[in-house]
Design a binder for this molecule. Structure first.
Ligand SMILES: Cc1cc2nc3c(=O)[nH]c(=O)nc-3n(C[C@H](O)[C@H](O)[C@H](O)COP(=O)(O)OP(=O)(O)OC[C@H]3O[C@@H](n4cnc5c(N)ncnc54)[C@H](O)[C@@H]3O)c2cc1C
Length: 258
């Protein structure tokens, strides 16, 4: 690892000012530190977000559940507020990685990184989330921009995600057996006006699945539905065809637990 300076600000404004030149925000370090150790990423200044108290808040605000960017997966999984408002989100957080990953990894780190196989992006998109930052906000539809790409500008800090509270929701994933990242993961959310379905892991970035939404809205059979996309991922872990099929299986599993 190359030498770097560590800054530990106590407020968002201090964090924003400390981000200069070749800098990076540090959340749980689960993605960032291995990337620095293997020299895939070189950083001169690490700006640690862990001492900014409001970044860990979890609260219901009107029809939305707000989860702070530094809320760790284990805390979201165990939070009575999350269980009460969106039990499907608590279950998703409890299925991320292993206990070590859940005790360090954060919501903000996950969606800033936007790994195409990460679980949270499916929840943010299906639950009509708004990504709050120190500079404004991004609707989920605009925020996720494909593999490891987001609408965040250089130096912009994710402060929280405001999830719209659904009537019911559920997530199902087929996990990679080692990492638990999703080979295909499907989040189904039911709102008064209809269903929203988002798929992670199967394509090169999280996407909504209009055919699944229409089938759920009309009560049509989900049997035989497979994900049709030009961007299906294919790698040593699973072929594009297998991922398309798995998305259908995960859709039926999630829908059955609504
Ligand atoms: C072994 C292993 C297994 C895993 N399994 C899963 C899994 O099953 N499902 C899953 O979804 N994920 C999984 N993950 C990912 C993990 O859950 C973390 O969320 C992810 O690695 C990001 O880590 P972090 O939160 O510690 O962020 P960091 O590593 O600290 O940061 C990641 C990136 O986001 C930036 N960043 C962090 N916070 C902010 C912020 N608030 N604003 C702006 N930028 C920010 C950083 O600068 C960096 O570029 C796994 C990770 C590991 C190491």
């Amino acid at each position: 690892m190359q030498p770097f300076s560590l800054v530990r600000p106590n407020s968002l404004s201090e964090a924003g000012s400390a981000f200069r030149g070749d800098a990076a925000y540090l959340a749980g370090g689960h993605t960032l530190i291995p990337a620095m150790k293997s020299r895939l990423r070189s950083v001169e200044t690490l700006v640690d977000l862990s001492r900014i108290p409001e970044l860990s808040d979890i609260a219901v605000e009107g029809d939305r559940l707000s989860v702070g960017a530094m809320a760790r997966h284990a805390r979201v999984a165990a939070s009575p507020v999350v269980h009460e408002a969106i039990p499907g989100l608590a279950a998703l957080a409890g299925g991320i990685g292993d206990p070590q990953v859940r005790n360090r990894g954060t919501l903000g780190g996950s969606i800033a990184n936007n790994d195409p196989a990460a679980d949270y992006p499916a929840a943010v998109l299906a639950l009509d989330g708004v990504v709050e930052t120190n500079r404004g906000s991004h609707a989920a539809e605009d925020y996720f921009q494909g593999m490891f790409a987001t609408a965040l500008a250089d130096g912009e800090i994710v402060t929280a995600v405001r999830f719209r509270i659904p009537q019911a929701s559920a997530y199902a994933k087929h996990p990679h057996p080692a990492s638990r990242y999703a080979l295909a993961g499907v989040y189904v959310a039911c709102f008064a006006e209809g269903h929203r379905v988002a798929v992670t892991g199967a394509t090169t970035g999280v996407v909504r699945w209009p055919a699944a939404e229409a089938a759920l809205d009309s009560g049509a059979a989900l049997e035989g539905l497979a994900l049709a996309s030009d961007d299906l991922a294919s790698d040593i872990h699973a072929s594009a065809e297998f991922r398309a099929h798995l998305a259908g299986v995960m859709l039926r599993k999630a829908a059955a637990s609504l």
